[in-house]
Design a protein around this ligand. Structure first.
Ligand code: EPU
Length: 446
């Protein structure tokens, strides 16, 4: 567990290159299980979640060579069907190996991923979809494992997600490409990262198309081949750097810009006083255009304002004139950072918005809501943020606290850097390159 020491209050200036998208890399690595030929993936970020996925693949008997940001996955060696508990519990996406293992070998044992280990959630929708493809899946609460078999192989199905699921949609795609017959996914998620997985699988010989809005049709094939693929840059990183420029009063040019996938962000960023300018097809300049003013956001599935952007948005709103609200509809508990920002002088209050039909309105399962949980915050600004000793509790919260410390006066100490290392490659080096005063201190082991 490392610590960041950040001296804030300095405008960030310069260029920064985006890393490959985490939420693409992890799924493409799983797709390596679908073929016995080498799969070569370029632009893979050097982040902890990728390192854990490498452990997952190794535990299944798959070898991976890494040269810089290129991974070569060699499948087809000694095979295991069980993801070890200690690895699976650290990475929710580890459960996605279930599709390829069932489709190819008819067996998989995966631990209930992360979080609450007392029920089938939070992958109930994935499991239901796989059952509709002919898999027999039992959950054993004694050991927290899903035991899945499909001795006859998987068969095509028509499955409807009644609530959006990004990785659920990908799990079904990864299972259906080698299933017998055609699978139609209705209520399919539309996040652009999913289209990268589809594009890779198409290169491997799969037959997949977005057949209608929120509908994907997959015609199963008997085998897939190896290929090479370069992962798109990470649009969530881009939002982080855009906000870094606006809150520090700096000027940052992002290389590898994903402007085409950030419309929902630009809509509110421009109103709030953020500035952006296209330099060329892959470069965007970010800065503060006007005085920052409050703008409300509601997180939504694609093409709405992403849940991953709301925590960094909160830091921008601490600098805004007026009161801004953030209403989180995708995850049931994603405001862990608010208490930390309050330590820095932010004025944030939780509240529960009046929602007529919460079970239908929210993307999470309403049964998972605990009375007393809140799903929105109000931020009153502008406030002058000051230094504090802070603890990161998850990836986006980690990025948020780094942003806040960069904007704050004085020296802040941030514990729990491993959370930000899950998704941002060498963030401190890239921020230093733009003038940030940030240092990583390795925590002494006792
Ligand atoms: N849910 C269930 N049961 C399911 C599936 C989902 O209860 O079977 C709930 C989830 O707990 C959540 C909501 O439904 O409350 C939506 O979940 P979804 O399945 O869409 O999200 P996800 O696939 O788990 C991915 C990304 C997230 C990103 C969301 C939204 C990956 C590895 N994760 O999560 O990224 O926020 O989609 O786009 O792709 C991150 O990068 O920090 C991150 C959390």
């Amino acid at each position: 567990m490392d610590t960041f020491i950040i001296s804030g209050g300095k405008p960030l200036h310069g260029e920064v290159k985006l890393g490959g998208a985490k939420n693409v890399a992890l799924k493409l690595m799983v797709a390596g299980l679908l073929t016995d030929e080498p799969l070569i993936i370029h632009n893979v970020p050097d982040i902890r979640d990728v390192a854990i996925m490498l452990e997952v693949l190794a535990s299944l008997g798959t070898t991976v060579d890494r040269k810089g940001s290129t991974l070569t996955i060699h499948n087809g060696h000694a095979r295991q069907f069980q993801v070890p508990l200690d690895i699976g519990a650290r990475l929710r996406t580890s459960s996605m190996v279930i599709g390829p293992l069932l489709a190819r070998f008819g067996r998989a044992m995966i631990p209930n991923p992360g979080g609450c280990r007392i029920g089938a959630r939070p992958i109930d929708r994935h499991i239901e979809a796989l059952r509709s493809m002919g898999a027999a899946i039992e959950y054993h609460s004694e050991d927290g494992y899903f035991y899945a078999t499909s001795p006859e192989g998987l068969r095509g199905t028509s499955y409807e997600f009644t609530k959006n699921s990004h990785t659920g949609t990908e799990t079904v795609i990864l299972a259906a490409v080698l299933a017998a017959g055609t699978t139609v996914i209705k209520g399919a998620a539309e996040e652009v990262e999913i289209d990268e997985l589809i594009a890779l699988l198409d290169h491997m010989g799969a037959r997949i198309r977005r057949s209608a809005p929120r509908e994907i049709t997959i015609e199963g094939v008997s085998s897939l081949r190896g290929t090479q693929y370069t992962i798109m840059p990470d649009r969530n990183e881009e939002v982080t750097f855009a906000i870094a420029a606006a809150i520090t009063g700096g000027d940052i040019t992002v290389i590898g810009s994903q402007r085409q996938h950030l419309s929902a962000f630009f809509e509110v960023f421009a109103v709030a006083g953020g500035g952006y300018e296209a330099i060329d097809a892959t470069k965007t300049r970010y800065f503060r255009q006007n005085k920052i003013i409050s703008v409300d956001v509601l997180t939504q599935q694609h093409p709405g304002f992403m849940t991953d952007w709301q925590a960094p948005w909160a830091v921008l709103m601490t600098q805004a004139t007026g009161t801004a609200t953030i209403h989180e509809t995708v995850f049931e508990n994603r405001f862990g950072y608010a208490e930390e920002l309050k330590k820095m002088g932010a004025q944030i209050e939780p509240y529960d918005p009046d929602v007529a039909n919460p079970a239908g309105f929210y993307n999470f399962n309403w049964e998972d809501h605990t009375p007393g949980d809140y799903h929105a915050i109000r931020i009153h600004g502008p406030t002058t943020l000051h230094n504090a000793i802070l603890t990161m509790n998850d990836l986006r919260a980690g990025a948020t606290l780094v942003l806040a410390a960069l904007a704050a006066h004085g020296q802040s100490v941030l514990h729990g850097v491993e959370h930000i290392d899950r998704g941002y490659e060498k963030i401190e080096e890239r921020l230093r390159g733009m003038g940030a005063v940030i240092e990583r201190v390795k925590e002494e082991r006792v």
